[in-house]
Design a protein around this ligand. Structure first.
Ligand code: SAM
Length: 210
């Protein structure tokens, strides 16, 4: 996945220009703005920084992280304000911190194997203080807009075959959890859990339990 996203970065943000998703993207951004305004945000898997740039204007400060140093550098270089810091970090091994009251991951959860979803959420809940707000959001599957699912594993994980403009082909894990699956998986770690959905996106928010 690391190699795929590093290779994809020049064309990555075209995904946010899909015409049919614009109304829902406005909805998604409004929810993220409400949930992160004036917060100190730890961003997991920042990628090219599409959300980092927006968070920098909504939040008090943003700490942008990704497993790829190249993408972290790219994300930060796109931010004009001085309230953005950064670090290379693995979402499955987040350093413990008391410096944030919000942790956010956009379009990352879909790339987590079903069997790793609970360990990911457990790690996240243990890395930040109880009371920290969690915001996760990702794609819902919409026929004709998303790349078709090309394979489903015995464990239920779904994969897509994606082509880049250089002609390379990549099999990428992309899960599309239902509202009820999201609630069941997140409930042990988050209180005041809310799952919001529009046609193209879902968003989960909750507070790390004591
Ligand atoms: C779909 S992109 C999302 C980028 C950005 N959050 C966005 O919404 O535009 C997924 C990102 O996850 C990052 N990633 C993959 N595995 C990771 C891991 N174990 N820890 C942290 N980041 C990871 C990739 O480098 C890539 O930037």
């Amino acid at each position: 996945m690391l190699q795929y996203y590093e290779q994809r970065y020049p064309e990555y943000e075209a995904i946010y220009a899909k015409p049919e998703r614009q109304v829902d993207l406005v909805w998604l951004e409004a929810r993220i703005r409400e949930l992160t305004s004036y917060k100190c945000v730890y961003e997991i898997a920042c990628g090219t920084g599409y959300w980092t740039r927006r968070l920098a204007s909504f939040a008090e400060r943003v700490h942008a992280t990704d497993v790829s140093q190249k993408l972290v550098d790219l994300a930060v270089s796109g931010c004009a304000s001085d309230n953005v810091t950064s670090e290379t970090a693995d979402a499955f091994n987040i350093p413990k911190s008391q410096n944030f009251n919000c942790v956010l991951a956009g379009f990352f959860y879909s790339h987590v194997l079903i069997k790793q979803q609970s360990p990911f959420l457990k790690g996240l809940a243990e890395s930040f203080l109880p009371g920290t707000r969690v915001v996760l959001f990702d794609n819902r599957y919409v026929e004709g807009s998303n790349t078709a699912v090309s394979r489903c594993s015995d464990e239920g994980d779904t994969y897509q075959t994606r082509l880049l403009s250089d002609g390379s082909s990549h099999e990428v894990l992309k899960n599309f959890p239902t509202e009820s699956e999201l609630k069941t998986t997140c409930a042990p770690f988050l209180r005041d859990l809310e799952v919001m959905e529009c046609q193209y996106y879902w968003l989960v928010t909750g507070i790390i339990s004591d």
